[in-house]
Design a protein around this ligand. Structure first.
Ligand SMILES: Nc1ncnc2c1ncn2[C@@H]1O[C@H](COP(=O)(O)OP(=O)(O)O)[C@@H](O)[C@H]1O
Ligand SMILES: [Mg+2]
Length: 463
């Protein structure tokens, strides 16, 4: 054999093409950071007719949380023909690429969908899984004697005949595996090809791991950016809130004056005159604005609670007495039951009244053409130191998708609402170490307020 023959023997040609593939792979790794693209390029390169290695390849990646191998991608020879070599004539400088069209074709291919629906539980008792995951060795299907177990059964059902699997290793752990086979020609998988695959897989493991890390860093970066946006938004909202409070203060006094004069005019003007109607409109609108300002101020004020002994039953009775005319005007019947006594708790009666007034008025708003309101006070059978107050109406309830929103400030579905009533109620109840919740019954909304009775607050505040 002369020197020229030695240079061009089939063996050296083979080695050369393998080396070229490895170079191209390194160059591809350096220029592709997206894990999806990278995995497509890796599998396409080992399946493409020009590399003449394998006819089908499958990638599994390990999910550490659930400890399964999740099928990610399957490439058949048909889908790998469009591999492009780009980046110059010199094989040592070139790299792989695929068009976006081929990328999506590969993804929507039936075999790929089948692979993506496959999850293999990692079971060390299966000799094949043991070889790949624990021993981190490449493994041929006919070298292991496990035909019945569920773990390798999945791979066997994906592959038509003989197959081989190599682990993808990064930082001394198996992060996945590549399975290859020759289903079109049934050609046995040669040792040479397999050892080349091993060489390839060692680099692929690191490349995929790097790519995953990069993706994680990018996700973290996005989260950080979002958090910063939210913080800035929060700051802006705080300054808007401060401005709203100042404005409310400024508006309060002139409004009281306007309302006062409109009230006086009402007294002097003939009842059926047009001017009386005008004054009445001014009077009621000013009233509405005053209420709105009072709610905004109540919401923005720093909560200071004056804890005194007070009686929850009396608080609710007081609220009901205040709303008698509304009940009559709107044709609402009311029942209030509280079987046991006493209902003493440590709290701010004025603020607690605010809570129940808001709930009662919301229930009235939900029943503009009449209905029934049921209020009840009870103690849970097991915990005698807690009061549970419910306000229930027959107004049709709160749509399910709105339920999580209703306690948020400024959330309202009413034309003239402020959306602060429930937000204020929630804050007051929380400051009293209680909870407030809403759900729907068959006929309407049910609000449940849970408040600790005297013993618990004494313990909590005395700590
Ligand atoms: N009893 C209820 N029935 C139906 N919807 C309710 C009831 N109570 C509250 N809501 C809903 O919750 C929203 C927020 O209530 P709230 O904070 O008191 O503000 P506002 O009464 O000013 O709208 C209301 O706009 C309404 O959509
Ligand atoms: Mg309200």
């Amino acid at each position: 054999m002369n020197a020229h023959d030695q240079l061009h023997s089939p063996e050296t040609d083979n080695r050369l093409s393998e080396l070229t593939l490895l170079y191209q792979f390194s160059n591809t790794m350096l220029s592709t950071i997206r894990i999806n693209k990278l995995t497509h390029l890796i599998l396409t390169a080992i399946t493409t007719p020009s590399s003449n290695l394998f006819e089908r390849s499958v990638l599994f990646l390990r999910n550490e949380k659930s400890d399964v191998l999740q099928g990610m991608l399957g490439i058949t020879r048909n889908q790998s023909e469009g591999l492009q070599i780009v980046g110059g004539e010199d094989p040592l400088e070139s790299r792989w690429d695929i068009s976006d069209d081929l990328f999506s074709q590969q993804r929507s291919d039936q075999f790929c969908s089948q692979v993506r629906a496959t999850r293999i539980e990692i079971n060390d008792a299966c000799p094949l899984m043991h070889q790949i995951v624990t021993a981190r060795n490449l493994c041929r299907s006919d070298d292991t004697h496990c035909h019945k177990c569920d773990s390798c059964g999945f791979i066997r059902s994906l592959c038509k005949g003989q197959f081989a699997a190599v682990p993808l290793v990064a930082r001394e752990t198996t992060i996945g595996m590549i399975v290859v086979e020759n289903p079109d020609s049934n050609r046995p998988i040669s040792n040479d090809n397999l050892h080349f695959l091993q060489l390839f897989a060692n680099q692929a493991g690191m490349a995929i791991e790097n790519s995953m890390l990069y993706n994680r860093i990018e996700d973290a970066n996005i989260n950080l950016r979002d958090a910063r946006e939210r913080l800035l938004h929060g700051e802006r909202m705080a300054s808007i809130g401060e401005m709203a409070v100042n404005l409310s203060h400024e508006l309060k006094n002139p409004l009281i004056t306007i309302g006062g004069f409109a009230g006086r005019l009402l007294k002097y003007l003939p009842v059926d005159s047009r001017e009386h109607l005008y004054a009445e409109t001014i009077y009621s609108e000013v009233n509405r604005l005053e209420k709105m300002l009072a709610e905004i101020l109540a919401f923005s004020r720093k909560p200071t609670i004056c804890f005194r002994s007070c009686n929850l039953e009396e608080v609710i009775q007081d609220c009901l007495a205040n709303c008698t005319t509304t009940f009559e005007d709107q044709n609402i019947s009311v029942s209030f039951t509280c079987d046991e006594q006493p209902w003493d708790l440590l709290g701010d009666a004025h603020q607690l009244k605010q809570v129940f007034l808001n709930l009662i008025l919301n229930a009235c708003d939900a029943m503009p053409t009449g209905g029934h309101m049921t209020l009840a006070l009870r103690k849970p059978t097991l915990d005698r130191k807690v009061a549970i107050a419910t306000v229930e109406d027959t107004g049709g309830g709160i749509p399910k998708d709105m339920l999580p929103q209703i306690f948020k400030p400024f959330y309202t579905t009413k034309h003239q609402g402020t959306g602060l009533g429930l937000a204020i109620a929630n804050r007051i109840v929380l400051n009293h170490f209680g909870t407030i919740e809403a759900h729907n019954s068959e006929y309407g909304a049910v609000f449940t307020v849970t408040l600790p009775l005297i013993a618990i607050i004494e313990n909590t505040t005395g700590r």
